[in-house]
Design a protein around this ligand. Structure first.
Ligand code: 2P0
Length: 334
């Protein structure tokens, strides 16, 4: 099944409705950090994952997007990112354009204005909030009235992790079994945790080397250790949900840190090897472990880049801020 067919399957009768020129839709979606990671696809085009994953959304750090239908004469989409017009040849505009192709009727063009409320320098920005906000803005523009589940499926077709950014709080993305991906969507866990904290440690602003998509493909195709990954995620997901239900910060931290390191171990054993850590990353990891040895309740997680994210409870926030004066602290539950 193609991604465009998947969109038709979601929208059914709502598919293909026209909107007036100048009509617009706007939406906001939060960024998210995975506590149990998504790494590997069972279907590249539909972005169906090999395993489930679980994340926490970052509240008011995310993306606001406005989509407007351009007049009939418009030759191309107009894409703006943080107030700057992005040329059609740039990666960001191409990804947005390819996503819009899934929805547009022949000749339809859009103006897409995207503002990230995540400071780029915080190392938390990702495609997840961007595609979730874009899917939600299109829903408003066309008046489809999609459910959260439908929005999650539509967002997933832009970027896998975007499936999780249509909701706040703790979010679980079910891997699903179906070939069309209709059962691969994310839902919010019934768990408020006001004392939960995420900290961003920026160790480098250097541009990413190998993108997630290529990184996943390479890992799955060449790392022997990748065979262990799906079962590991299964175990970690079950344990993580129990730890969250119990509001057990130490368990959550241990599972999240172990899961991230296991993911990075599969990457490091790919050929050619994929190591996102820089020397500064490793130094930051050692600082986290040293802090923990001294009794600070802080754990780490890392994604497809060199920056380190800290996980801790409000009771340890003062210690964390003292040790890492530059840390950007997020309280996902306000
Ligand atoms: C995650 N990452 O669970 C994992 C951990 C990076 C490491 O989801 O190819 O940008 O668009 O589906 O969503 C990054 O992957 O990849 C990601 P595509 P995406 O957050």
């Amino acid at each position: 099944m193609t991604a465009r067919e998947a969109v038709r399957a979601v929208l059914g009768e709502r598919w293909g409705g026209a909107v007036d020129e100048g009509a617009a839709g706007e939406a906001y979606a939060p960024a998210n950090i995975a506590l149990v990671k998504y790494w590997g696809k069972r279907d590249e085009e539909l972005k169906l994952p090999v395993a489930g994953s679980l994340s926490v959304s970052l509240g008011d750090l995310g993306t606001r997007t406005r989509v407007r239908r351009l007049g009939a004469g418009a030759g191309e989409d107009e894409v703006t990112l943080n107030g700057r017009r992005v040329g059609g040849g740039e990666g960001f505009a191409r990804r947005v354009g390819t996503y819009l192709d899934l929805f547009r009727a022949e000749g339809e063009r859009y103006a897409v204005e995207t503002e990230n409320t995540v400071p780029t320098a915080a190392g938390l920005a990702s495609s997840a909030s961007g595609f979730a906000a874009l899917a939600m803005a299109l829903d408003k523009l066309y008046g489809w009235g999609c459910t959260a589940r439908e929005l999650s499926v539509l967002a997933r077709l832009g970027s896998g992790s975007a499936a999780r950014s249509v909701e706040e709080g703790f979010v679980e993305w079910r891997k699903g079994e179906r070939e069309d991906g209709a059962d691969s969507w994310a839902e919010r866990l019934d768990a408020e945790w006001p004392g939960f904290r995420v900290g961003a440690l920026v160790v480098s602003g250097a541009a990413k080397g190998v993108g997630s998509g290529e990184g996943m493909r390479r890992t799955a195709a060449t790392s022997d250790f990748y065979a262990l990954w799906p079962a590991r995620v299964e175990r970690d997901l079950a344990a993580m949900k129990e730890a969250i239900a119990a509001r057990d910060m130490a368990r959550v931290g241990e599972i999240a840190e172990g899961n991230a390191l296991a993911m990075h171990a599969t990457m490091a054993t790919a050929r050619p090897p994929l190591v996102y850590a820089l020397p500064e990353t490793v130094a930051a990891m050692r600082e986290v472990w040293a802090a923990r040895a001294e009794g600070v309740g802080v754990w780490l997680t890392m994604d497809a880049g060199p920056n380190v994210k800290l996980l801790f409870g409000a009771g340890d926030e003062a210690d964390v801020r003292r040790r890492w004066p530059g840390v950007r602290v997020v309280a996902p539950f306000g």
